[in-house]
Ligand binder design. Sequence first.
Ligand code: PD2
Ligand code: ZN
Length: 285
Amino acid sequence: MKPQVITPELRSWIIDQAKAGCRPEDVLASMRNSGWQDDVAADALEATLREHLASQGQHHAFGLPAPVPVPEPRLAGSPSHLWADDHEVKVLLAMRNPRIVVFGGFLSDVECDALVAAAGPRMSRSETVVNATGGSEVHAARTSRGMFFGRGEGALCERIERRIAALVNWPVENGEGLQVLHYGPGAEYKAHNDYFDPAQPGMTSVLARGGQRVGTLVMYLNTPEQGGGTVFPDVALEVAPIKGNAVFFSYDRAHAITRTLHGGAPVIQGEKWVATKWLREREFV
Ligand code: PD2
Ligand code: ZN
């Protein structure tokens, strides 16, 4: 496909749409309808607004929340491997917008098995956050079983948390405890965002514990025979759940413009174990 270039005309059209109060998702849809490739349109929107707002000394357009710093692996120069604290990790895929990176060999087989063994006796039906109260409840959209380790609970969690912190350049203290999930045949986690909706009344207490979530690392602890990929519907991407590999994604604001909507596809055959690490803006308490 011929590469598309962001023209000055496109830039000024985007700024006009922002000034007119259009929603970013509608602007992206119009760009797509006029023949702009998805990723070029999203990049153009991001870059134009960032430049324009910086030149105006402002940080809001389209009613978007202001972006915040996010965890980020050191991928300048497109390395095939990264050194993460005590361990070499392969870079298998890197997507810029949305920011998604797939890592190979993030955990050893022994570490995967040890996490599953430690989590097993503590598993119960997974819950989802209730927006109104900030509490959690069992929900049909999430048919896995799960448990949380405390941050730094035992030498294994500590080692993995140090490795994550080094890999994505984000303080260990900003991480929630590791969550382990188990999906049996047919179980899934329907598409959702990992950030919290700050407009919901129950979110004040959730956000008080370290601010927003700004990044996620899903680590695969086994390889299901069929199904169970992690899917990103906005970019039609499915990450295969391979034991020891991990998928990282970051979101600089609690908004669909980050295109980090994602889900756990149904397990078709076999079972699926994952560990999830959520990273907050500040120290998670
Ligand atoms: O298990 C997964 O693949 C998955 C998919 C989406 C996990 C999560 N989200 C999560 O734990 O947030
Ligand atoms: Zn998720």
